[in-house]
Design a protein around this ligand. Structure first.
Ligand SMILES: Cc1ncc(COP(=O)(O)O)c(C=O)c1O
Length: 388
């Protein structure tokens, strides 16, 4: 039996492999603290759970959810973009997703022909790099560097790379660095993509997880952005709904239509009770997010204080769910990840999985109960003391 080349050449997804090791450690009785994944630990607001529960009791809500989503969810997506960003979306400028990850990956099937090039950030979310390969295309990385606030210097991308490319990926608030982008930067990116006829893909699942009073913009706020841009958004982090799998793609109608068409062959829509909950999340009271973000901010500050005390250089994040810090001298990202996992039963993400510019960095997730996070930071401190 022989799988396709594309499956053979795809490396194991880091978190799938990590989960196997974590399961083995847990079987041995280890109390592992997970600061690796960005999966919110807090539940959605109670009013959303009430809607979900009520909807599951309705016998008409158990059939397929529909390729294009239910009309009230589509209206709710448009409402959210209008309220949150003052962006108007026409009906052909949006499609609901079963979490944004499937949309991010399926977009490659919709936009890349064999051999086509996609420009992806380094460091960046691993799917930007591997999805082009699934579609028969090729990824080409461009640098995000700390000295530029983890924003790319687009004009440094060689013309001979930009000209044949088809896609350019951006993601702010950024995973893994926590950096945010301004609307001016997005305007620059829109110009760049217009100049080279690239589809600008902005992946924005952390738009509503920000700190210190920062409000993250949508790329669609740039005048004319819809001519070249598509934005992926998600309810996973914004509304603590990661397991329920709801997201959206919005923007350029040609790209939306291509993605929606590909999806009709792949999935059959989001479960109706989940669509009801999602529509209520997008249109209902948003005040609970302020309190939720304050909890994340407090956890972020706990991490930054400890890392500073330990002499580990951290990048203070303005958004997203991560603290991104330098490995201690003498350790690669993977060495330090192993050390913490095996000696302290503390699971963090090694930066190299996000690209070569992630080497020498560690990503720590703040989506873990505050008491467990405190215990994790104590374990980090003890492990470092033992190695010094
Ligand atoms: C940058 C980025 N994009 C997309 C996703 C996928 O989010 P979801 O599929 O839950 O919407 C994640 C999840 O961690 C992410 O960090």
């Amino acid at each position: 039996m022989k799988p396709a080349q594309r499956a053979q050449h795809l490396p194991a997804y880091f978190f799938a492999t990590l989960n196997q090791r974590l399961a083995a450690l847990q079987t041995e009785g280890a109390d592992v603290i997970r600061l690796d994944a960005g999966s919110p630990d807090m539940p959605p607001a109670p009013f959303l759970l009430d809607i979900l529960k009520g909807s599951t009791d309705d016998p008409t809500k158990h059939n397929y959810g529909g390729y294009a989503g239910q009309p009230h969810l589509r209206r709710a997506i448009a409402h959210y973009y209008r309220q949150r960003f003052d962006v108007q979306l026409a009906d052909d400028e949006l499609v609901p997703l079963i979490g944004s990850k499937e949309g991010v990956v399926n977009l490659h099937l919709a936009w890349l022909d064999p051999g086509d090039l996609s420009l992806v950030p380094d460091p960046g979310y691993p799917s930007y790099y591997f999805a082009p390969m699934l579609a028969g295309g090729r990824p080409e990385r461009f640098d995000l560097l700390p000295e530029r606030g983890w924003l790319p210097n687009l004009s440094a991308i060689p013309v001979k790379t930009a000209r044949p490319a088809r896609l350019l990926w951006l993601n702010y608030p950024n995973n893994p660095t926590g950096a945010t982008a301004t609307l001016d930067f997005f305007a620059e990116a829109v110009d760049f993509c217009r100049q080279y006829d690239l589809l600008l893909c902005h992946d924005a699942p952390y738009t509503d997880v920000t700190f210190d009073g920062c409000t993250a913009p949508s790329v669609l706020q740039v005048p004319g952005a819809k001519e070249v841009a598509i934005e992926f958004n998600s309810l996973s982090k914004t509304y603590n709904m990661a397991g329920w799998r709801v997201g959206m793609a919005v923007g350029n109608p040609v790209a939306i239509k291509a993605l929606a068409t590909v999806k009709t062959q792949i999935d059959s829509g989001i479960a109706k009770p989940i669509q009801d909950m999602a529509a209520a999340a997008l249109t209902g009271d948003q005040n609970w997010l302020v309190e939720r973000n304050a909890v994340y901010q407090q956890r972020r500050d706990l991490c930054l204080t400890t890392l500073k005390k330990l002499g580990l250089k951290a990048n203070p994040p303005q958004g997203a769910l991560y603290v991104w810090f330098r490995t201690p001298p003498g350790y690669t990202s993977l060495d330090f990840h192993h050390l913490l996992l095996e000696k302290a039963h503390l699971s963090v993400t090694p930066g190299h999985i996000f690209g070569k510019n992630g080497e020498g960095w560690i990503r720590l997730s703040i989506a873990t109960k505050t008491e467990r996070l405190k215990e994790a930071l104590t374990r980090l401190e003890h492990t470092l003391l033992l190695t010094r």
